[in-house]
Design a protein around this ligand. Structure first.
Ligand SMILES: Nc1ncnc2c1ncn2[C@@H]1O[C@H](COP(=O)(O)OP(=O)(O)OP(=O)(O)O)[C@@H](O)[C@H]1O
Ligand SMILES: [Mg+2]
Length: 336
């Protein structure tokens, strides 16, 4: 509801609606708009609305003010109004909080899409030469025996591996493959994923503790893409952990009640991957699903962006709980 007030030629409030009193808790009929009727930001908005003696209707801009402790955006309009033969005005404050929020989201997704397109192009351009470089270096490896040269080759190969991951990740993220659904046993899929990160697990001497549900959890999912989800989340958990740390993987069935709002009750398989690693502060936690957000030296920052994309394509959802120095816990729910 928009807030509306009528103000006379002596700057006094002649009438207003409930939405107006909410923004200006100190206001009352007869009060002057020059008095202190509300927190400073709201008073500035009111001053801007009533500043000029107006001859015609005008837009006074968008203002952000605190109302009952919450930030709200308002589009401010004023127009002339005759009150008892004198010149007054009517001020309308249109709540634009949601509009402002969706505009922000749109701007962000547009810039992400633009970045995505450019990087996809670059990734594509890198792919072919990278193949030749890889081939050339492996031929070199076979023909030299000098230790220094072999060390250099090793460095080059590590760089190639990193670039290759970047190309593969960017392509996966921007091409969003459609799902090839088939019968997948969740616990099997997790076992395979753990195998795929076994090298990283060994390097950290981490222990992976499995708490799998006894009843089999089976869904119509995309086996390859699901493995990619688990590999990324487990790899992150291991990366965040100290040596000899514990990573727990648990699965169980949950059901979510219908809400009487057209959302029927559903059964989900819930996978929880918990580490005792470095954890995240709130600022990091808010950004982890953004493409290209990484705090790692060799991270592409696409891991969790891809994870979220795949989980949502399955009609599932992913959440994280994390505290700095305590560890993180990722919860993935997949419909069964
Ligand atoms: N289990 C975790 N514990 C602490 N921080 C985490 C954890 N998982 C993710 N993060 C944070 O989220 C960031 C983004 O993760 P994401 O997997 O998207 O990218 P990345 O691991 O940095 O790079 P890559 O593309 O190689 O996966 C990480 O850089 C890290 O800061
Ligand atoms: Mg990662």
């Amino acid at each position: 509801v928009s807030a509306v007030t009528a103000i006379d030629n002596e700057d006094r409030i002649r009438s207003a609606n409930a939405a107006f009193w909410k923004i200006f808790p100190g206001a009352s009929i007869g009060a002057s708009v020059l008095e202190n009727l509300a927190p400073e930001d709201a008073m500035k908005m009111l001053a801007a609305a009533t500043a000029n003696d107006i001859g015609k209707a005008a837009y006074r801009g968008r203002w952000v003010v605190t109302v009952e402790g919450e930030e709200k955006s308002f589009d401010v309009y004023s127009s002339p109004l005759a009150i008892n033969g004198n010149r007054g005005q009517i001020v309308t404050l249109v709540d634009a909080t949601e509009v402002a929020e969706s505009e922000r989201t749109l701007r962000r997704s547009e810039s992400l899409a633009a970045v995505g397109q450019a990087t996809t192009q670059v990734a594509h351009e890198i792919r072919n030469p990278l193949g030749s470089i890889r081939l050339g270096v492996s031929m070199l490896r076979d023909s030299v025996s000098d230790t220094d040269a072999l060390n250099t080759i090793e460095l080059v190969e590590r760089g190639i591996k990193h670039l290759n991951k970047l190309v593969v990740d960017v392509t996966q993220f921007s091409r969003q493959k459609s799902l090839e659904r088939a019968r997948v046993d969740l616990n099997d899929s997790l076992d395979r994923s753990i195998d795929l990160v076994s090298e990283r697990i060994r390097e950290k001497n981490a222990t992976v503790e499995k708490h799998f549900s006894e009843q089999p959890l089976v869904g119509q999912w995309d086996a390859d893409q699901l493995r990619q989800v688990f590999v990324n989340v487990i790899a992150n958990a291991v990366d965040a952990s100290q040596e000899n740390a514990l990573v727990k993987i648990a699965t169980h069935a949950i059901s979510v009640d219908g809400d009487g709002d057209g959302h029927a009750a559903r059964n989900y398989a819930r996978i929880t991957i918990t580490d005792q690693g470095q954890g995240m502060d709130q600022q990091t936690r808010e950004r982890i699903f953004e493409p290209f957000f990484s705090t790692k030296k060799r991270g592409t920052g696409l891991g969790l962006a891809i994870v979220k994309q795949i989980v949502e394509l399955h009609g599932g959802r992913i959440n994280v709980q994390s505290e700095p120095e305590t560890g993180s816990s990722f919860t993935i729910d997949l419909p069964i």
